[in-house]
Design a protein around this ligand. Sequence first.
Ligand code: PLP
Length: 389
Amino acid sequence: MSREIYFDNSATTPVDPVVVQAMQPWLDEMYGNPSSMHRIGRQAREAVEQARKQVADLINADSGEIVFTGSGTEADNLALVGLFEAAGNKPFHLITSTVEHPAILETCRYLERRGAEVTFLGVDGSGMVDPGELESEMRRHTHLVSIMTANNVVGTIQPIAALARITREHGALFHTDAVQAAGRVPLDVHADPIDLISLSSHKIYGPKGSGALFVQKDIKLKPLIHGGGQESGRRSSTENVMGIVGFGAAAEIAGAKLPDEALRLVHLRNRLIKGVTGCVPNAYLIGHPDCRLPGHACLGFAGQEGEAVKLLLALDEEGISISSGSACSSHYASEPSYVLQAMGFDPFRSRGGLRITLGRFNNEQEVDRFLDVLPEVVAAMRPLITRAV
Ligand code: PLP
């Protein structure tokens, strides 16, 4: 049996061995509490502050604008709920999109129940939000626009610069969930008027249980977690020093590798897409052909969309790990994907996306092995219901 092939880097990434090394002492002899005044505590504080700078550098922010959280989900919640709470009794209109991660969508629904007004922007067939539509939905009391930088299911990258500019022109705040995009595409809070960004360590070869929210100075945000006042009062609780150190190391590596790694992954991804669409007659690409995450391929097989989960499991038998839709929705793996439905797919075709996401530790030989295995696996599925799209 050949080596396992991990093509599910949008679900999570393996922890980089260099990151593991950086974390090791914090599991062991470096056990201080960053709030303690003695030397052992001060060492932990220094490590947390160094990591804050490393994470800030990834998006060209200042260290003081980074709040460490327990995950990307928590960062999304802190951004939306924190701003809503800070607005007090003022009318709160929020604009988001129909293809956001549940960490945003469910938080929006929660805020609706608490009296916020939420507009959900649709997307086109490639999963892209139209900046013109955002402009026409902006109102006098629009407080916040939250649009993800890149979609986790189909990989489409949104026109963030244009969306952020329109938001700023209308005097509202712009938040982006960059959990999938950070470390994979450049992000610069000085180049684009972005006020808040959600980040997650385990998508950039860091440990799970560590995330961050970038918040521009002067933005008022109410905390979700109350207590000892850590993270400048924005997120109480003793810091997860080991997780934060790992996140910092991962961010530094991701930033240094980004330009070359993005090119390498685009090449690998294109080889994979070309290979699949060339050798499987009913295969088609889902999402934007060009504006997509470097390592991200989402593929459908016309007429066999109902077989996506079987296909995934058959590939798993061959030692190849991929995902159908998104790992976050594995409970609903055979349900139609709300992202594909938002892109105009009918309920049958919406069950069909296979997500193949390449990362730092993948190579050409693995792509070629996937291309060898896939045609037989697809052919072994039930007969086609319809022919190619
Ligand atoms: N936002 C997006 C776009 C994601 O893809 C994910 C995870 O898949 C999250 C948020 C949640 O991040 P975390 O797993 O760190 O809670």
